[in-house]
Write a protein that binds this ligand. Structure first.
Ligand code: NFE
Ligand code: MG
Length: 583
């Protein structure tokens, strides 16, 4: 059992007859096993609990192994953000050894990260969350010509034609008539919270299908530069594994790089002409949702896309923002920044691990101790991270706010564009503060994607220039001294700041901890019983129909949950009032 637990004030109230518990388990259209419990009163969420329902123990598996191999194991934490645990792992080992990598390796890693991030954000919006807002069945009622008029008013995308929309509508109609909605079969179609007009629904469904094609092109870039995808091979502690030689068939050569450039050009059109117009139009049409989903407003993100071998100059800034106050932004300035190292702790007070401590990742252990779902005690496999003692929200919103606070020109330009487009739909100005919301997380992810595309262009040009200058180096071999070394790496992954922490002893891993974006956001209450970001964001969320809690999914999905990452098998019977299955 845990130490003495003081229930939050709102749990001391006697529940009224109208308070209802819903348990969504599993939440789907995410990676991994997430259970969300909500207390609903008078059509609103009054309390919430986020629970990770799966445990794998990769951190334990790493103990005693060679630090040069760690990235191959950690990359298997997740099948979605596959590259990120590899990149973060080699950064942690390089930091512990004080090892610099060649500039070519840095730029190649950046290209892989940018392409992977764009792929991931496109998939999140269209495949993993759009159907919380878009009614597929309503798209059947749309007039293709009216849909084309709407879409052409938003962008010049060539497929925004009446003929194309009519063709898509015909395809969807066939599915529905044949009773073969497939992955769309269990959606909340016709739900009263679905507010888009039929034309907007048809436009979004058409772009959902096109997104499948464009996310693949982004992933092809990852595969070419990374050796394969998912789970890249072209990496090493000290750089990257593949040789660079413009004229060699067996190395990274000009023919491969030219193909990457072609894929980049195709991808850019979708990112600029489809994704941004869609997100801002849908956010504008759902303006009534802008007040919901704020939650934790301490924001943490990592600077990334290093321009130098050392990691001191970054294409995308990051850092800490307390209390949504951009004037108090504290940047992280370099790999190994002690401001980050000293302020990150994890608590297991409400998690299924042995003990009750709040520790630096260097000093953690990972000993499972399952006790069933006990909302006053332990109720999740996810640990509860804190920064400077407080929960922090991570993800594209945290990153975009940090970049705005840091005065990043590209971010400000894309954010102004996005807010102006939303305002054009709503008819009134939309301030930056509107971003502290469920829809704000979608808008920020889309803004971040635009910046990631700039990173793809910048790093591609830099790599070509460096190779053209005659530099083909890609690897500096690591040397492991006797004794103990400690280090950490950070990386701004698609779902937010990721950090890996390693203690090496005599060339072997003594301790390894991953503090992951979805751990920050999906974590249970912390050492002071403060709610984690998912839990806090759900408070006040409307729920029109407890049997079909679409609005809860909107807010949870806006974080892009990945529980495989967060916890690094378990299932059992538990009490519930309503069991809900979701798409
Ligand atoms: Ni499995 Fe991940 C990302 C990491 S977790 S998806 O992005 O790291 O939140
Ligand atoms: Mg961990």
């Amino acid at each position: 059992m845990r130490g003495a637990w003081a229930p939050p004030a709102n749990q001391l109230e006697t529940p009224t007859v109208s308070t209802k518990r819903i348990s969504i388990d599993p939440v789907t259209r995410i990676e991994g096993h997430l259970r969300i419990d909500c207390d609903i009163r008078d059509g609103k969420v009054v309390d919430a609990w986020s629970s990770g329902q799966m445990w794998r123990g990769i951190e334990t598996i790493l103990s005693g192994r060679d630090p040069r191999d760690a990235w191959l194991y950690t990359q298997r934490i997740c099948g979605v953000c596959t590259t990120v645990h590899a990149i973060c792992s080699v950064r942690a080992v390089e930091n512990a050894l004080g090892l610099e990598i060649p500039l070519n390796a840095q730029l190649l890693r950046n290209l892989i990260m940018a392409a992977h991030g764009i792929h991931d954000h496109i998939v999140h919006f269209y495949q993993l969350s759009a159907l919380d807002w878009v009614d597929v069945v309503s798209a059947l009622d749309a007039d293709p010509q009216a849909t084309a008029t709407l879409a052409q008013g938003l962008s010049n995308w060539p497929n925004n034609s009446a003929a194309h929309f009519a063709e898509v509508q015909g395809r969807v109609r066939k599915f529905v008539a044949g009773g073969q909605l497939g992955i769309f079969a269990h959606g909340y179609w016709g739900h009263p919270a679905m507010k888009l007009p039929p034309a907007a629904n048809l436009m979004a469904v058409a772009h959902y299908l096109e997104a499948l094609d464009y996310q693949r092109r982004a992933n092809q870039i990852v595969a070419i530069l990374g050796g394969k995808t998912p789970h890249i091979q072209n990496l090493a502690v000290g750089g990257v594994a593949n040789a660079i030689n413009p004229d060699e068939q067996s190395a990274l050569n000009m023919e491969r790089l030219a193909y990457v450039r072609t894929l980049m050009d195709e991808l850019g059109g979708f990112v600029r002409e489809v994704y941004l117009p869609d997100v801002t139009a849908i956010a504008g049409l759902y303006a009534a949702w802008l007040p919901y989903g704020e939650g934790v407003t301490h924001y943490l993100s990592a600077p990334d896309f290093p321009r130098d071998a050392k990691g001191t100059d970054f294409g995308m800034p990051g850092g800490y923002i307390p209390n949504a106050d951009l004037a108090r932004f504290h940047p992280l300035t370099h790999f190994g920044d002690p401001y980050f190292e000293q302020n990150v702790k994890e608590s297991i007070k409400h998690s299924w691990y042995q003990g009750d401590w709040t520790r630096s990742p260097y000093e953690e252990d990972t000993v499972p101790h399952y006790t069933d779902f006990n909302q006053e005690g332990a109720y999740s496999w996810v640990k509860s991270p804190s920064f400077a003692g407080l929960p922090a929200q991570v993800g594209p919103l945290a990153n975009v706010l940090a970049m705005v606070a840091a005065g990043h020109e590209g971010t400000k330009r894309y954010l102004d564009l996005a807010l102006a487009r939303i305002a054009a739909v709503t008819g009134s100005a939309v301030p930056v503060t509107a971003l502290h919301s469920t829809l704000g997380r979608h808008a920020a992810r889309c803004v971040r994607t635009q910046v990631l595309y700039d990173m793809l262009l910048e790093n591609y040009e830099a790599l070509i220039a460096n190779i053209a200058g005659g530099d083909y180096t890609s690897f500096n071999p690591p040397i492991f001294p006797k004794g103990e070394q400690m280090g950490f790496g950070f990386h701004e992954a698609p779902r937010g700041i990721l950090s890996h922490w390693i203690v090496i002893e005599n060339g072997k891993i003594k301790n390894y901890q991953a503090v992951v974006p979805s751990t920050w956001n999906a974590g249970p209450r912390n050492q002071d019983d403060a709610r984690g970001p998912y839990e806090a964001a759900l408070i006040g969320n409307p729920v029109l129909d407890e049997e079909r809690p679409l609005e809860v999914l909107r807010t949870v999905h806006s974080f892009d949950p990945c529980l495989a990452c967060a916890i690094h098998l378990h299932d059992n019977e538990r009490q519930r009032v309503i069991r809900v299955s979701t798409v």
